[in-house]
Design a protein around this ligand. Structure first.
Ligand SMILES: [Zn+2]
Length: 96
């Protein structure tokens, strides 16, 4: 995770904070060392940027999910899915 541009407001005075440096803790977690730009505030803080969750998972996650799903099917369930795919049946065709 790399931070290209981010506007951070001081939690104390709401002025912008300048990111002095940052430290990558893990691929989904980064610490930002920030100084408040207000001359009268002077706050210095460490902010955290973390990945909360994906709103659209990466393509590789879909492939893993499908592989795991298929691995847990019985042989007859796999055959049925193959037949459905070969015959062009969609999910709504199968459910109706
Ligand atoms: Zn401040």
């Amino acid at each position: 995770m790399e931070i290209k541009a981010m506007r951070i407001l001081c939690p104390s005075c709401q002025h912008t904070m300048k990111i002095l440096t940052s430290k990558q803790i893990s691929s989904q977690y980064r610490e930002l060392f920030c100084d408040c730009e207000s001359l009268t505030c002077g706050a210095r803080a460490v902010m955290n940027v973390t990945l909360s969750h994906y709103t659209r998972p990466p393509e590789s996650d879909y492939k893993k999910m499908i592989s795991n799903y298929i691995a847990n099917l019985t042989p007859s369930e796999r055959r049925q899915i193959l037949l459905d795919l070969q015959e062009g049946r969609t999910e709504s065709d199968v459910l109706n």
